[in-house]
Design a protein around this ligand. Structure first.
Ligand code: C5P
Length: 239
């Protein structure tokens, strides 16, 4: 049904999680595997899009899903600063941006030039001073070209109760307002759902906070549902 509905559309997708160095051998990271972003890139390519995939520390085994697709250009990324620079460079040539990467909110203020050794800290536990990273998504929204569709992700942990989805959507709507994106993909993460598993559950909110799509299933199914909303948004903006 969807084959070719994104023909020739240029898409920027970010995936994975940034790593912020502490010293030459250590970093602050997160548990994002990159699977959801990679699934979006693969699904988009299958539907005719040309994709730049900024892959932040994504395992080669996960990237295997797009390596054989000529329509996906994979750019490896390490830190939030690298992701920001690459995202701004690639965004100008994209009709839509899908920001699925988990970006570290903070980085280490002063990265140690040499490995921090226990012997050198005289029995005192060292203190890490952190500084805030820029919000890449907000920067992209500010600099967006006319007609460009920008999609953010909100990965939230919620209690496994019956009103968990309401809480999820409520938090999503607040995030939507803060970020100024056209679409926000809201999903529940936890120890069993989200980050490292293949299954996912997701709502797509439009700029007015309405549910524009809903999906649950494999990350591929979720990716296709999200891309439906992006396609509809692109069509609406071009009319
Ligand atoms: O505020 P929060 O981190 O939950 O927002 C998630 C969304 O914002 C994701 O799309 C993520 O890629 C993006 N983000 C960003 N730069 C940051 C933090 C988050 O682009 N520093």
């Amino acid at each position: 049904v969807r084959r070719g509905d994104l023909d020739g559309v240029r898409l920027l997708v970010t995936a994975g999680g940034t790593r912020e160095p502490i010293d030459p051998v250590r970093y602050l990271g997160n548990r994002s595997s990159g699977r959801q972003g990679v699934a979006v890139a693969a699904a988009a390519a299958d539907r005719g899009a040309k994709v730049v995939l900024l892959a932040a520390n994504v395992d080669e085994s996960v990237l295997a899903g797009v390596r054989d697709r000529g329509a996906v250009r994979v750019v490896p990324i390490g830190t939030a600063a690298e992701l920001e620079a690459a995202a701004h460079a690639a965004a100008s040539g994209a009709e839509a941006v899908i920001m699925a990467a988990a970006v570290a909110d903070y980085r280490v203020a002063e990265v140690a030039e040499h490995k921090i050794r226990k012997e050198d800290t005289a029995g005192e536990a060292p203190t890490l001073t952190l500084v805030e990273n820029p919000d890449i998504l907000v920067g992209l929204v500010r600099g967006r070209r006319p007609g460009q569709v920008i999609v953010g992700f909100a990965a939230e942990t919620v209690a496994a109760e019956s009103d968990a989805d309401d809480e999820l959507l409520e938090r999503g709507r607040r995030k939507l307002a803060r970020k100024g994106v056209d679409l926000l993909a809201v999903n529940a993460v936890g120890w069993t759902e989200g980050f490292e598993s293949d299954a996912n559950r997701l709502y797509v909110l439009d700029a007015d906070g309405r549910v524009a799509g809903e999906a649950s299933g494999s990350k591929r199914e979720v990716a296709d549902r999200l891309l439906d909303a992006v396609r509809d948004e692109l069509r609406a903006l071009s009319h």
